[in-house]
Design a protein around this ligand. Sequence first.
Ligand SMILES: Cc1cc2nc3c(=O)[nH]c(=O)nc-3n(C[C@H](O)[C@H](O)[C@H](O)COP(=O)(O)OP(=O)(O)OC[C@H]3O[C@@H](n4cnc5c(N)ncnc54)[C@H](O)[C@@H]3O)c2cc1C
Length: 407
Amino acid sequence: MSRRIDILGAGLSGLSAATILARGGYDVHVHEIRKDSGARFDGDFQGLENWSSDTDFFDEMREWGLDPNEFKSDAFSIIDLIHPDDEISNPVTDGIAFRVVERGTDEHCIDQGFKRMALAAGANIHYETRKDPSECDIIAAGPKESSAVAFGEIFHTDHPNHVAFQLNDKLAPGAYSYLIIIDGIGLICTCLWRQQKKSGRYLNETIAWYEEHYELNRQPIKRVGGKGDFSLPDHYIHEDRHYVGEAGGLQDFMWGFGMRYAITSGAMAANSIMDSNDYEKQVRSRLIPLIRASAINRFLMNRIGDRGFKMVARYWMRDQARKGDGLAFMKWVYQPGLFRRALWPIVKIGMLRRKQLADGRMVSRMPFRKALSRDVWEASPRAEEIGVQWKSQQRGGGHTSFSENDA
Ligand SMILES: Cc1cc2nc3c(=O)[nH]c(=O)nc-3n(C[C@H](O)[C@H](O)[C@H](O)COP(=O)(O)OP(=O)(O)OC[C@H]3O[C@@H](n4cnc5c(N)ncnc54)[C@H](O)[C@@H]3O)c2cc1C
């Protein structure tokens, strides 16, 4: 009889592991607390990055037997980079910088594509079930605590497909905001790397900014969001359980691009179980150097405001002019030289806090930073109007899938 494998969580990391193991002949059972894969999200667009390795991520997926054609994706080689002083420049590359995918329960969403692959491979997925983590071989249950949050609004628009990325410490404290438009649907999102009492005002002000600079003709549909959990556990296998994706703290401390880590770590855990090789070693050699680099960059970003963000944006464009490739900067960000590497002991002490989790694991986690005095400002009249517009949208059935209380 084939060996039984139990996986907690039917998100990207869990389903990536489930597909590979089921195809390898294992009796795979995935236990998901929600009613469907992708139900944690609600039609949000996310970027699947293509810069943390020289191999195109879709080629990597194919090597693991995961089919990128199972879900809709739109490739981008250019973005608007919005500097904190509102200057807009364009990092551009010859290849694919990233792909936009949709998260949620619609058929074309990445979560549903991964669900189809797992089912076709023969995995059993049990939705709306609770399973004791101690009975599972792989823990893929996503983030538990908040180190940062993101809030966004989804809307109808007649603007062509577009992606903009804004470094702005006022609209997105310590982080960035973004605009993604795909086939008549837009998402404006602000990421908060500092904890705020009234997070909605950041989104209203961010929407006001984008409306002023782009012809959006915005018709709000719903508001979405979620949290990110950034930590470095002492071990990725604990009491024989493999921790994958964000449940294992495998997240990008700098920007929150966790999908690639989730899918990769799921595949690594599955292959380790099948070949009896060491998941812990693979994570440490392939993923931890990138995550450590992102933590060092985050430490530095926590120390700068808009003046520093402007320097980053300028450096990015100068780097592009020198090397003829806008993606070279993003690759450099994840390959720290001597100076940044030397900062690691300071980052550990200065930014990460030791904590024992309920399951007994020891982690060094990044706590949600407190607000700064510069986070208090008066909302603009247009942002106030956008807030009122959203309230009336809510009364008419406009749905919010994430609230400040979820953080
Ligand atoms: C608003 C927002 C925007 C983001 N944007 C990007 C982006 O642009 N690019 C990017 O790469 N990443 C982005 N991320 C991060 C990315 O979504 C995550 O890193 C990735 O989904 C993690 O995958 P995972 O498999 O660990 O978790 P998930 O894909 O979330 O899956 C975890 C699953 O476990 C289930 N679960 C939870 N608890 C239990 C339990 N007790 N029992 C059973 N099941 C359970 C959940 O319901 C869920 O289905 C974003 C995150 C947020 C919140």
